[in-house]
Design a protein around this ligand. Structure first.
Ligand code: HEC
Length: 237
């Protein structure tokens, strides 16, 4: 079909004039593409250096694949791909990432519809240029919240009841003391220990506890670093 259109572009023009194919077929509509970008927000930010499950897409257009600075989780295949991101490369990637880069860590089943890919690529050409996230927001293509996407809310200035002073582990329990003077016991299976080492994380030396779950019986304790985790939690009954 595609080859036929390429060889017979006069025929394509005629078909387009009669509305048989969309006039912008294969050109891409960035407004529709921005809507399709919703599927990417779960894993990608448009803020420079803000890496989530996937690398930041700020300024990726025209850059060599697998080279976002400080993103350490590329698959070997993408790291060694050796091509630059342009419309043709993205068309293959968005159609079927795993077919293009076997063993890729991007879990996305792909978009079968060529026009939908062209639309998304038209949006990515804008959003993936330097400063593109802000431009896409200013142009009304995406809401401002999509720029930082699913990055956690900053917890740097948590209230005293969320600031952890000390953690004891005894038997099957954690006893978590907070800066409001309380010590609360938790079943060890209900506590998740996490590290947030970037700007969104807690200040060094002061982990933050965030309760979760319907009963408030589960909580995450977020540390600024692995060494904080090792020094704050002590064995003690
Ligand atoms: C479930 C999470 C997830 C979703 C959803 C997702 N991605 Fe990804 N993406 C990743 C991961 C992880 C990588 C790194 C893949 C690898 O190293 O093999 C990646 C890599 C990429 C890259 C290569 C970046 C580079 O620096 O070379 C591009 C471009 C990309 N994704 C675009 C998209 C677009 C556009 C969408 C939406 C249609 C999308 N992704 C949806 C997780 C995701």
């Amino acid at each position: 079909m595609k080859r036929f259109f390429k060889r017979g572009s006069a025929i394509l023009t005629v078909l387009a004039a009669f509305g048989a194919v969309p006039a912008d077929a294969e050109e891409g509509n960035a407004t529709r593409g921005a809507e399709a970008y919703r599927a990417c927000v779960a894993c990608h930010a448009l803020e420079p250096d803000l890496h989530l499950t996937g690398p930041s897409l700020a300024g990726f257009w025209g850059r060599a694949a697998g080279t976002a600075e400080a993103y350490l989780r590329y698959s070997p295949g993408l790291k060694e791909a050796g091509f630059e991101w342009n419309a043709a490369a993205l068309d293959g990637w968005l159609a079927d990432p795993a077919a293009m880069i076997p063993g890729t860590f991007m879990v996305f089943r792909g978009m079968g519809d060529g026009q939908a890919r062209a639309d998304l690529i038209a949006f990515l050409e804008i959003a993936g240029a330097p400063g593109g996230g802000e431009k896409a927001v200013a142009a009304g293509l995406i809401p401002a919240s999509w720029v930082s996407a699913t990055a956690p809310q900053p917890i740097g200035d948590a209230p005293p009841q969320a600031r952890v002073a000390a953690i004891r582990h005894c038997g099957d329990s954690y006893f978590i003391a907070t800066e409001d003077g309380r010590e609360t016991p938790y079943w060890e299976k209900n506590i998740r220990l996490k590290i947030d080492s970037v700007e969104t994380g807690p200040p060094p030396g002061t982990p933050v506890i965030l309760t979760a779950g319907m009963q408030g019986d589960r909580a995450s304790v977020i540390f600024a670093s692995l060494s904080d985790l090792k020094t704050v939690i002590k064995e003690g009954c």
